[in-house]
Design a protein around this ligand. Structure first.
Ligand code: BMA
Length: 832
């Protein structure tokens, strides 16, 4: 087996229909994986579209015909071998040419394309390979998308995005720029391959307890002939062989076997992530013809949808890992850059580390982006994060003609075969919001109609999964389940009452009209949510000032400026309505950043605490959205430069395995709840105190805690009158949970001492880190450190401190951190 990687190319654009691989001047070097924006930026033909107001200046790129060309020397092949040209991804409408002759076409960026070329090349000779990418508008000329939906009509009819199997967000989203990519966006190679080969390999855990697991391996050997043998070896994480089999390669029967005392794979909050190595070889005597190695995990995953015995007419939606029901804590993932081919700089490692640090155990790969590369799922396996994987359809009706269905079939088969062995894979989901938006449109128009493309989620995808991966659960859409796809009695819910003003759907019908007046979208409305699993909820916040400064013209650093508005892809008035009751209006850019970040952090804290208190009736809270694809104002917790917003830290605390939270009951009634997602019983004593902001204790009480695993219960109740000068706190006497607090009034009316300032001492720690201690003499809110450096990692940040309290934290960075790198800020009636 030999491989020639095709990573060096040249690219050039032409008028549609006028291009060729040997015409034109000014061919630009480009590597594969890559896209034409990268080539244009490097060649100085395009200013970076993320900088200043440049996005629109790249609009011409999509209307050009793009050619890519490269050369290769054809390798020798033996009689029992073939020569194949494989593109792991072509984006999107492509005609592949070898020495000037077209050898095939592609029209789906979500699966690999392979072309046999053995008969077309001469070993040792240099050949030319070229790919023509047609403008999507030309490729789809004359075709009309299925009737679009009001909110999406404009974008869909302009781009026809739902007619093409191409990343949907690239055409612009309510957090993303309109920058559709073009190019060889995944690895391209020429491979000498044996005619007999390992075509497919599947590993499945059928049952698993700590004593014994049952596993199954399925092998598909193409061109298997008598005399060839298959060898299967499974080694445990210490390298010991736990299963070994030699058999005739023509034997296609699944191999089922037991593992004694298996090392089970868990999410990072519940246990370890042991990975076994599965090696399969195809042997001709001693000669290895083909070999496949996969890291696999032993675990079972199921979705409990049994009736909830406590809440009438409702059913659970609870992930069960190795027999243990879990509360899924996490966020939705969008592509980490608009330039999805940009694998080298993709910050997967950092972002997934941040998810783990924020106590998340599930990540939802949202259906308007891409199927992420292997490295993403490998990291989820290694770090103990479950993956909810949408298929790539979002917020649109889709075609169901034969050609489209065939293309989707090829895509689903490819992706499921690629991803199913990952122990992190927890759910296959048909699409994002297609059924739910369709239903809203039906309700608003009063006209019921079939959902275009429903056959994909109801028939085609589940049909393929029944063959390819029957053990990981399938869910037809997000949200889905029950009488209304977004109803709260069954399945999952996208709770967009807060922010978007989508009315709550207790069961079947919307409970009120749409609207986003401040009182309609206040974050306290999360308390009305009675969902089984909230797979989206979120509030927008601006990124840190330094992030905006890195990308924007200083003249645009004003919330009213046109340049700033270009960074807000949703309606700007929603943020203003959102912050109004909490912080009051923002006039400066710094206010806008602070007020939106504070509101986001307090709103998500409120929501998560509510959802977790509903354990076991609710068993999941996935925030919209974790990350950004460019520097913008969005719902993300981590901005494009990797800087954590205030909410990152409040979410981290609210997602901690053991949570103590206050629930306001109205009329001054308050309860303290303990939510325990950890594996053991929590036995503790909690101290509850009401203090003034100056630090006087009005009363305090100590209560015993005895919280079994996977429970949430009230442990105390009392009366606390709303006051601008009081704060209710709870702390653990054993350190079993993080301290928490309840402010009974919004921050804008909190009677903070305007002269109070936090003080900070800093000293260098090992490896260039900086240890910091922050103290206050009177209560201060929103105490935090900012930095111009995007590489800094704060072990803690963004907290309130009570009178006389001190908080210690560590800051690490790519290079040594000094006190001069950070600025200490707080809210003491104003921000400074
Ligand atoms: C949901 C998502 C996205 C969208 C987000 C914010 O509906 O599925 O499509 O970006 O809300 O509006």
């Amino acid at each position: 087996m030999s491989v020639v990687r095709l990573d060096r190319w040249q690219t050039l654009d032409f008028d549609p229909g006028a291009g060729s691989a040997d015409a034109g001047e000014g061919w630009m070097p480009i590597s594969a994986p890559g896209d034409v924006y990268q080539a244009l930026i490097a060649a100085g033909r395009l200013d970076h579209p993320f900088v200043d107001r440049n996005e629109a200046t790249a609009a011409w790129v999509r209307d050009r015909e793009w050619w890519w060309r490269t050369t290769f020397v054809a390798p020798e092949i033996a009689a029992d071998e073939t020569l194949e040209l494989t593109f792991d991804g072509l984006d999107t409408f492509a005609a592949v040419h070898l020495d000037g002759a077209e050898i095939g076409r592609a029209d789906n960026m979500f699966h690999a394309w392979t072309f046999p070329i053995g008969d077309r090349v001469l070993p040792g000779r240099t050949h030319t390979l070229s790919v023509r990418f047609d403008p999507t508008a030309l490729a789809l000329e004359g075709r009309t998308p299925p009737p679009a939906w009001p909110a999406f009509t404009d974008r869909i009819s302009r781009s026809k995005r739902n007619l093409m199997r191409k990343a949907q967000f690239g055409w612009g989203w309510d957090w993303g720029p309109d920058l559709p990519t073009v190019g060889v966006w995944r690895e391209a190679r020429i491979e000498v391959r044996p005619r007999a080969r390992i075509a497919d390999l599947a590993f499945t855990t059928l049952t698993a307890t700590s004593d014994r697991a049952q596993a199954r391996i399925e092998l598909d050997i193409a061109g298997a002939a008598t005399g060839l043998r298959a060898e299967i070896i499974l080694t445990d994480p210490d390298g010991h062989i736990v299963f070994h089999l030699h058999r005739d390669a023509t034997n296609a029967a699944p191999v089922q076997f037991d593992l004694d005392a298996p090392r089970l794979w868990w999410t990072h909050d519940l246990g370890d992530q042991p990975l076994y190595a599965l090696t399969v070889r195809l042997l001709d005597g001693d000669r290895v013809l083909d070999e496949t190695i996969r890291a696999v995990g032993v675990r079972t995953i199921a979705l409990d949808q049994s009736p909830d015995p406590v809440e009438p007419d409702a059913t659970f939606f609870t992930f069960v890992l190795n027999g243990l029901p879990i509360f899924a804590k996490g966020a939705c993932w969008v592509p980490s850059t608009s330039f999805v081919a940009d694998v080298e700089s993709d910050p997967y490692d950092r972002l997934i580390g941040q998810m783990v640090r924020s106590n998340m155990n599930m990540i939802r790969v949202w259906g308007g982006g891409i199927y992420e590369p292997d490295v993403f799922y490998d990291l989820c396996d290694r770090h103990g994060l479950l993956v909810w994987q949408d298929f790539m359809f979002a917020c649109a009706p889709y075609p169901d003609d034969a050609a489209f269905v065939a293309s989707v079939r090829a895509e689903v088969e490819h992706q499921v075969r690629r991803l199913r062995h990952h122990p992190s894979m927890a759910l296959w989901c048909g699409n994002n919001e297609n059924q739910a938006i369709h239903r809203i449109n039906e309700d608003v128009s009063g006209v019921a109609a079939p959902l275009p493309g429903a056959i994909l989620y109801d028939d085609i995808i589940p049909g393929l999964l029944a063959d390819l991966d029957a053990t990981v659960p399938y869910w037809p859409g997000s949200p889905w389940g029950g009488r209304n796809p977004n109803g709260m009695k069954a399945g999952d819910v996208h709770d967009w009452t807060v922010w978007h003003g989508v009315p709550p759907i207790p069961d079947d019908v919307m409970s009120e009209p749409f609207g986003y007046a401040p009182e309609k979208i206040v974050y306290q409305r999360y308390a009305e949510d009675t969902a089984r699993f909230v797979s989206e909820f979120g509030i927008q916040a601006a990124p840190a000032l330094a992030t905006l400064q890195r990308w924007m013209d200083p003249a645009d650093l004003d919330p009213e400026s046109e340049g700033f508005q270009l960074r807000i892809k949703d309606e700007a008035k929603k943020a203003l309505a959102m912050i109004e009751p909490v912080t009051g209006p923002a006039t400066t850019i710094q206010d806008y950043i602070d007020f939106t970040q504070w509101t986001q952090s307090q709103g998500l804290k409120f929501g998560i605490e509510h959802f977790r208190r509903r354990t076991p009736h609710c068993s999941g809270a996935l925030i919209w959205q974790f990350n950004d694809c460019w520097p913008c104002v969005s719902w993300s917790l981590v901005d494009y430069d990797g800087v954590e917003k205030a909410a990152f830290h409040t979410v981290r605390r609210a997602f901690a395995p053991v949570l103590a939270s206050f629930k306001e009951l109205g009329h001054g009634g308050v309860e303290l709840w303990i939510t325990n997602d950890a594996r053991g019983v929590i036995a503790d004593r909690a101290v509850i105190a009401l203090t003034t902001l100056a630090g006087e204790t009005l009363w305090s009480e100590e209560v015993p805690i005895d919280a079994p695993s996977n429970t949430s219960r009230p442990v105390w109740s009392g009366q606390v009158a709303a006051s601008a000068d009081h704060v209710l706190t709870v702390r653990s006497t054993t350190g079993a949970f993080e301290a928490n607090r309840l402010l009974t009034v919004p921050i804008k009316v909190l009677a903070l001492d305007p002269s109070a300032r936090p003080t900070m001492t800093a000293r260098p720690a090992a490896d260039g880190a900086l240890d910091v201690e922050i103290s206050v003499r009177a209560y201060l809110a929103f105490v935090h450190l900012t930095s111009d450096r995007a590489d800094l990692v704060f072990s803690d940040n963004h907290f309130d401190l009570g009178a006389g309290e001190t908080r210690s934290l560590r800051i690490t960075g790519a290079t040594p951190v000094t006190e001069a790198d950070v600025t200490l800020r707080c809210w003491n009636g104003r921000l400074g």
